[in-house]
Design a protein around this ligand. Structure first.
Ligand SMILES: NC(=O)c1ccc[n+]([C@@H]2O[C@H](COP(=O)([O-])OP(=O)(O)OC[C@H]3O[C@@H](n4cnc5c(N)ncnc54)[C@H](O)[C@@H]3O)[C@@H](O)[C@H]2O)c1
Length: 360
């Protein structure tokens, strides 16, 4: 029997995500064909560092390479839409980083373009791919958690704590009108809605800029955002996002209270979830003898051999590639999920500006 040929992929962007996607693509069995970045020099450096055989001086050459089946877009937010449209027009499958676009008009057009072209188009909401995030989703779906009452969620980082800290994300021209919320709040809301199989229908947000200037320029994007929300199923909750919380590195935490139990998932400690009960709270480990089929499917090494962010990323990319091969896989975040996220981001910006509740 012949093996299914490896998917041939190209990477655009040679930064943090370029490295992580390359590693995940290799782990998922792809053939890494080429890399392109913002300059020929950058592409060459990335090709050497990532051991990718070909580098292109321009992104167009990579997108039009007939040897490439799928393009990973790992560039700053404002470049996503144009690059994704080009890749779709060239008939490629696409993985495009979050936020999918810097407006819902852009992300909506991408959903339509991908559907019209019949390509697989996905956004890396990768926290869905922690086995115990799936465990939480399974417990909620099968009724173990009971009717959900409320959610307390937060996503906290500290890498932009000081006024001297700067990044392209601070600029609305490169990152979009929202920074902290679009950058990490997008993950938080996606994961919460995925776990609950429910959606925010109304929210009220407050945002804050703690440093008026960074890098000698006026800051227009928020460092912190807080919101209260109501969901379609009647759940209420609070979400807090910050990139200026000292000591917090990448603390995405969801604490979900249901009638029968609470579930707390903390992505910095993804090998256990806390299951809180009036009597008999437990820390539930990743363990195939106690977890759901979906958690076990994503669990690639036995319990006691810790899995983390890189493994979740690899699980995500594996599932996207399987979708490209025609397999029906649960929970792969598609462009429609990226578009949903754009609408939530816009609602947060609008509510923070007007002080009013915004319906979604
Ligand atoms: N899914 C996740 O967990 C996750 C985590 C971090 C970042 N991200 C997203 O990934 C994207 C990239 O973030 P990053 O942290 O890797 O940024 P980065 O600054 O580390 O890397 C960006 C890369 O893109 C290149 N680039 C810039 N403009 C370009 C252009 N017009 N054409 C081609 N290449 C260009 C840069 O030279 C650089 O190599 C962002 O959209 C971010 O929101 C997602």
């Amino acid at each position: 029997m012949a093996q299914t040929p490896a998917l041939r992929v190209g990477i655009i962007g040679g930064g943090f995500m370029g490295r992580v996607h390359t590693q995940a693509a290799r782990s998922a069995g792809a053939n890494l064909v080429a890399v392109a970045s913002s300059s020929a020099d950058g592409a060459k450096r990335a090709a050497e560092a990532l051991n990718i055989p070909t580098w292109y001086a321009t992104v167009d050459e990579l997108i039009n390479d007939p040897q490439i089946d799928l393009v990973h877009i790992c560039t700053p937010n404002a470049t996503h839409a144009a690059l994704a449209h080009k890749a779709i027009a060239a008939g490629k499958h696409v993985i495009c980083e979050k936020p999918l676009a810097v407006s819902s008009a852009e992300s909506g057009a991408l959903v339509e373009a991908a559907a019209a072209a019949g390509v697989v188009a996905s956004v890396p909401f990768i926290y869905r791919f922690h086995p115990l995030a799936r465990e939480a989703r399974a417990r909620i779906a099968d009724g173990t958690t009971g009717r959900i009452f409320s959610v307390r969620g937060s996503y906290l980082q500290d890498w932009l704590l000081e006024s001297v800290d700067d990044n392209w994300r601070v600029s609305s021209a490169a990152g979009g009108a929202s920074r902290a919320f679009a950058d990490i709040g997008s993950h938080l809301v996606d994961l919460m809605e995925f776990m609950l199989n429910d959606r925010i229908v109304s929210l009220n947000a407050v945002t804050n800029i703690v440093h008026a200037e960074r890098g000698g320029k006026k800051v227009e994007t928020e460092d912190e955002a807080v919101l209260i929300f109501k969901s379609a199923a009647g759940v209420i909750g609070t979400l807090m996002v910050s990139q200026v919380a000292p000591g917090r590195k990448n603390r995405l935490l969801l604490d979900i209270a249901g009638q029968a139990e609470s579930i707390e998932f903390n992505q910095e400690h993804p090998e256990t979830i806390w299951v809180g009960r009036r009597e008999g709270s437990i820390l539930l480990p990743r363990d195939d003898s106690q977890n759901s089929p979906e958690a076990n499917r994503l669990s690639t090494v036995p319990s006691g051999h810790p899995m983390g962010y890189v493994d979740a990323f690899a699980g995500y990319v594996r599932d996207v590639y399987a979708t490209v091969r025609g397999e029906a896989i649960d929970g792969v975040p598609m462009f429609a999920d990226g578009h949903r996220s754009s609408k939530v981001i816009e609602a947060v910006i609008e509510s923070a500006k007007t002080g009013a509740w915004v319906n979604l």
